[in-house]
Design a protein around this ligand. Structure first.
Ligand SMILES: [Zn+2]
Length: 504
């Protein structure tokens, strides 16, 4: 690449705007963010600037752009971003080829390529201006053609080929992978969102984060503590024995569906005496369904923020997902039975919250947070407000000889909600908390809620390294050394306290 000189930012607008009203180009250093946000349909934004003047040194601006951007790229220190919003657009794609910079835009089945030559983005090169102007006018002209595009998108064609759209990193362009390649990622302990089911819906969702919630200090100890005393370890043991007896709870296996049917009937039985409570299945495009139990708030309207507790019901044997043995006792049998028992305990105490509380059991967490993304994106598209989300994913193990703690995940969470969790643990728990090292991108279902702008949290069984090493195999059972019901029960109690303090 040619060295850049002088201020490396360019501003192209007039010629393209003259050709197509929907196309707008903005200078990164004069970002009319509000105008961009309001211009939500059919908009392309090009940012060009050096690393020095651009993306790296403007994290706040970048953050705002990212909340609006579908895709952005960094190429040899020059950064370049395209923003396109509009529900008719499947995706934008680019490739940098040896002979120069080639931009490929695919809108439905229309493909336009504009070769920008080998010396791109240089100083105040007039040729560069002409090339870019030409390229973007071509894009501008393509926009009105969208309405003529064929109904089958390139996206859908790829899905029909069995490819999955995988997001490996926040803000980075997702990539297409085969099911086998996806499994290899999982075996390599690489975390990701599988976006395939939600990507098209995501494009139309508002990107704005919900306003920060102020959480109260725990103040119902005299009511909550007697309820905590009724949390039953033996109920959890019995439920976990049933769940782990399914050969596996893989999201595409019939035994995975058997497990979801069993949880559905168990939770329905618990709620049988309460006509105000609904327990429903959330059907996905795969075999195993998710489950939502809703305790309506006595003062809640359809637009009131709700409290959600989640765990994932699926399990996986990474050597043989479809048919391999995967008891999933800790991952995430423990979180699943913690929530069943918390739900039972609250109802037995006659819990009638003012704020709506939902208990969720997710399908397909192990395969890229599929169930929680499906539900969270659906809630976002319906405008559901969420006051707080807490995930329980593994609560039954801590490395023998280490100090027993709640390990609070520190990334992709809401810090205010974490502060609230700390105060809950201090008020109600048999042991304390510590912050975990970063859990990383897409590490459990809380990340799905975070992604759609909701306040989320995730207390984990132990800090990374002291957590259960037997997961995703036939060895994830309650008989491993380090498995502890007295540890796990504290998470069920935390769930009770979380629901009560936030919703009563
Ligand atoms: Zn898990």
């Amino acid at each position: 690449m040619v060295q850049k000189k002088g201020p490396s930012r360019y501003w192209l607008a007039a010629s393209c705007l003259a050709l197509s009203k929907p196309l707008r180009l903005f200078d990164i250093n004069q970002p009319p963010l509000t105008a961009m946000a309001n211009h939500a349909y059919r908009m392309i934004v090009l940012f060009i600037g050096s690393e020095k003047h651009g993306i790296q040194q403007k994290p706040n601006i970048l953050h705002e752009y990212r909340s609006l951007c579908n895709i952005h790229y960094m190429i040899d220190g020059t950064w370049f971003a395209l923003l396109f919003r509009g529900r008719n657009v499947s995706y934008l794609h680019h490739a940098l080829e040896n002979q120069g910079f080639r931009m490929t835009i695919k809108l439905k089945r229309i493909s336009i390529q504009a070769s920008l030559g080998s010396q791109v983005l240089v100083g105040s090169d007039v040729n560069m201006f002409s090339r870019l102007t030409a390229a973007f006018c071509a894009i501008a002209l393509s926009v009105p053609l969208l309405s003529l595009a064929a109904p089958v998108s390139d996206f859908q064609a790829k899905v029909a080929q069995g490819l999955r759209l995988i997001s490996l990193q926040e803000f980075a362009e997702p990539v297409w992978r085969t099911e086998d390649e996806k499994l290899e990622l999982m075996r390599g302990r690489i975390q990701f969102f599988d976006l395939t089911e939600v990507y098209e819906l995501e494009q139309s969702l508002p990107k704005a984060k919900a306003p920060a919630v102020t959480y109260p200090a725990p103040s119902h100890q005299s009511a909550v503590k007697p309820i905590l005393n009724t949390v039953s370890v033996s109920n959890m043991q019995n439920n976990l024995a049933t769940l782990s007896a399914f050969n596996n709870r893989y999201y595409k296996a019939s035994t995975g569906k058997d497990a979801s049917n069993w949880i559905l009937s168990t939770v329905k039985n618990i709620a049988a005496s309460r006509s105000d409570i609904t327990v429903s299945s959330f059907i996905h495009s795969w075999t195993q369904f998710s489950i939502i139990a809703k305790i309506p708030g006595t003062s809640s309207t359809s637009t009131s923020p709700i409290v959600i507790l989640g765990a994932h019901m699926d399990s996986i044997n990474l050597s043989s997902p479809q048919s391999g043995r995967a008891p999933g006792s800790d991952d995430d049998g423990t979180g699943t039975v913690n929530l069943i028992e918390a739900f039972r305990t609250l109802l037995a105490a006659g819990f009638k919250p003012t704020t709506t509380v939902e208990f969720h059991w997710y399908s397909g967490e192990e395969a890229g947070l599929l169930g929680s993304q499906d539900i969270a994106s659906s809630y976002k598209s319906k405008g559901v407000q969420v006051k707080a989300f807490m995930e329980l994913d593994m609560s039954g193990y801590f490395k023998p000889g280490t100090t027993e703690v709640f390990a609070l995940e520190a990334d992709y969470i809401d810090t205010g909600l974490n502060t609230f969790l700390k105060s809950l643990i201090t008020a109600y728990s048999a042991f304390g908390y510590t912050m975990d090292t970063p859990c990383g991108y897409a590490c459990s279902d809380h990340a799905s809620w975070y992604k759609y702008g909701y306040p989320s949290s995730f207390p984990y069984e132990a800090v990374t390294g002291n957590d259960n090493p037997n997961v995703h195999s036939a060895s994830d059972t309650t008989s491993v050394k380090g498995f502890s019901w007295t540890h796990s029960v504290e998470f069920a109690k935390l769930a009770v306290a979380f629901a009560y303090e936030l919703a009563i």
